[in-house]
Design a protein around this ligand. Sequence first.
Ligand SMILES: NC(=O)c1ccc[n+]([C@@H]2O[C@H](COP(=O)([O-])OP(=O)(O)OC[C@H]3O[C@@H](n4cnc5c(N)ncnc54)[C@H](OP(=O)(O)O)[C@@H]3O)[C@@H](O)[C@H]2O)c1
Length: 267
Amino acid sequence: MLGAGKIGSAIIKAIIESGLAEVMATGRREVTLENARKLGAVATRDNRAAVEWGEVIVLSVKPHHFPKVLSEVGPGPWAGKVVVSVMAGVSLRTLRHYLRGAEVFRAMPNINALVKKSSTAVAGDKESSAAATVEKIFSALGRVYWVPEDLIDAWTGLAGSGPAYIAEIVDGLILGALAVGMPRDLALETILDVLEGTAELLRRYRMHPAQMRDEVTTPAGTTIAGLSILEAEGVKAALIKTVKAATERAAEINALIDKKIALHGKM
Ligand SMILES: NC(=O)c1ccc[n+]([C@@H]2O[C@H](COP(=O)([O-])OP(=O)(O)OC[C@H]3O[C@@H](n4cnc5c(N)ncnc54)[C@H](OP(=O)(O)O)[C@@H]3O)[C@@H](O)[C@H]2O)c1
């Protein structure tokens, strides 16, 4: 694990807890190394030694740290390794250029990895012999979805930023509950139950969300009174625009990052 920061630590924790593999982790600060040791990894500042030691290398530094890591490791040790980058924005093409001889994948987990409920997008050659290993590692964090690389921006706009949208919706519903006199803690717990239950129903019965809505919407009842406001306030239209805007921003940022990294090595 090159870069045992926030997401790196979540991955280390999941790998070690599920007994998948031994982990060597790198970082710069003592506190980073100490944290990795507490999670059960061997920790070092020596990125080259870690790459030489590992069979599967996870790149979890920030993209602007990547050139430094490359110069520390040198071109040699990557050959024959399986490398999974969780760095936002660095394309498979760029990774393949720098990590000569490695089998390269990109993975994008989200913050829900902290409770092993990440929806992780993985891009790369699904037919290669390393694909099963990569899938196993990221399955320790939650669900894995193989996607073509050109869907990574959309994935970021939907699932990467998704926890923030859902948190906003939960917050809005809590405010609504407060407005009608419900204590905050009770409202929060109730909404989380509703969220979990609805997700499970939709998934288990493969129900279309519109069908679920119709099943609880009785003529002249309470739900249609609430739904009328959602429609009048344009909530659905806003959600469509939300995902589009986030996806466009992801594409902008990712193109910029990839260009910078590529320029660094004069690709
Ligand atoms: N956080 C998320 O939910 C999430 C989700 C998906 C993808 N990502 C991607 O994952 C990457 C890391 O994000 P993060 O949030 O985990 O950032 P972070 O907490 O800042 O972690 C980056 C880590 O890299 C280490 N590092 C920097 N330069 C290094 C070097 N030369 N050698 C060894 N270690 C080095 C840092 O160590 P020190 O702390 O010791 O300086 C730090 O622990 C980013 O590219 C991000 O786009 C993050």
